[in-house]
Write a protein that binds this ligand. Structure first.
Ligand code: ADP
Ligand code: MG
Length: 340
């Protein structure tokens, strides 16, 4: 069978089935933003890893190496944030192609370490090899948190309200600008904000910890593939559906003011990805406590019974919402496989 017919998430599901299911110390295994592992009864070790490949995740013509180092750390930190944890240790493995110099690698690690330092983590190991096929970056992040505070993707229940931090679609719009005009030089402030969001995402560690410490969220994920896909992950893992309202999806003034985008702004929010905002669900009886946190998140919809996702458009009509975010093995942006 071709991998493209399963898609990225169908393939991960196949891998998941090969893993032992009854391991006692695995509180959360494959299928969440990070694994939560029990080293002592009260606290969980969080572990996550992400790869960034030249030509797949980045193009050295449109990113500088400091930003690339920053982003490599940030996307992993974001997975720790999505569990509600505190990042501690980082390992980086590199496959380096011949054109890169010692100075290039130094600049890359300046970016990695600047991001780690800002969020309280430290580089403790890794691996270094030659690559014949472009720059390969693999980063692993370890974090910790109270076991009983771990927020998975699987706790959403019908009636829970859906919230998202910040604004969505900026990163994908920034990427489009970058690809159209290498370097994005000579752009106005609004466009520069979009490019910045794409090249140097800020992991929401503080917000994730606040949400976990207050115990208000039933499920949480970071928006890395696009709102429709990441909400789809919550729905699939929780065995629920969702209804969201298009008009309530937070879009930045930067995206809204950009006249030259190829698609409507909402499309970047639904299927763009790489926003690294936090998407989470709050049960009705926790709403008052949630509001007292003043997180500034937008309420975008509600968790429903059944397994489908829908979106209410500007005209009040409801339509099915397919998971249309990024999938490595489907051609471009595509509908996610049916999963389990
Ligand atoms: P994220 O976008 O949050 O990084 P992914 O979609 O990459 O998450 O991965 C989903 C889940 O599948 C995670 O729990 C991840 O650890 C797991 N996973 C992905 N690829 C593999 C693999 N090759 N082997 C084991 N687990 C994997
Ligand atoms: Mg994630």
């Amino acid at each position: 069978m071709k991998i493209s017919s399963l898609g990225e998430f169908g393939l991960i599901e196949q891998i998941r089935r090969t893993a032992a299911r009854d391991a006692k110390r695995v509180r959360v295994g494959i299928g969440d933003d990070a694994a939560a592992l029990m080293l002592s009864p009260a606290s969980a070790l969080l572990a996550t890893t992400d790869m960034l490949l030249e030509g797949v995740h980045f193009d050295l013509a449109t990113t500088d190496l400091f930003s690339l180092g920053w982003k490599s750390a940030a996307v992993n930190l974001s997975d720790i944030a999505a569990m509600g944890g505190t990042p501690r240790f980082c390992l980086t493995a590199l496959g380096i192609p011949p054109p890169l110099s010692v100075e290039d690698i130094r600049v890359f690690y300046r970016g990695v370490n600047a991001c780690l330092k800002k969020f309280g983590a430290v580089l403790v190991g890794g691996d270094t090899c030659r690559s014949r096929t472009g720059l390969v970056i693999s980063v692993s992040m370890l974090g910790e948190m109270e076991k009983k505070r771990v927020i998975t993707r699987s706790g959403a229940r019908p009636g829970d309200l859906i919230f998202v931090t910040g604004t969505l679609g900026d990163s994908a719009a920034g990427l489009e600008v970058l690809q159209r005009k290498a370097g994005g030089r000579g752009q106005g402030t609004e466009v520069r904000k979009l490019i910045e969001k794409h090249l140097r995402p800020v992991p929401l560690i503080v917000e994730g910890r606040k949400i976990a410490a207050s115990g208000i969220a039933s499920a949480m994920i970071d928006v890395s593939d696009g709102l429709s896909s990441d909400l789809g992950h919550i729905c699939e893992e929780s065995g629920v559906g969702a209804e969201i309202v298009a008009a309530n999806i937070p879009l930045s003034t930067s995206v809204m003011s950009l006249k030259t985008l190829e698609r409507p702004a909402l499309a970047y929010a639904l299927s763009g990805g790489e926003d690294y905002e936090l998407l989470f669900t709050v049960p009705p009886d926790k709403l008052r406590k949630f509001r007292s946190l003043r997180l500034g998140a937008s309420e975008i919809g509600v968790i429903t019974r059944g397994r489908s996702m829908s979106i209410v458009g500007g005209d009040g009509r409801k339509a099915l919402l397919p998971a249309s975010g990024y999938d490595h093995f489907r051609a471009g942006r595509n509908v996610r496989g049916t999963g389990r």
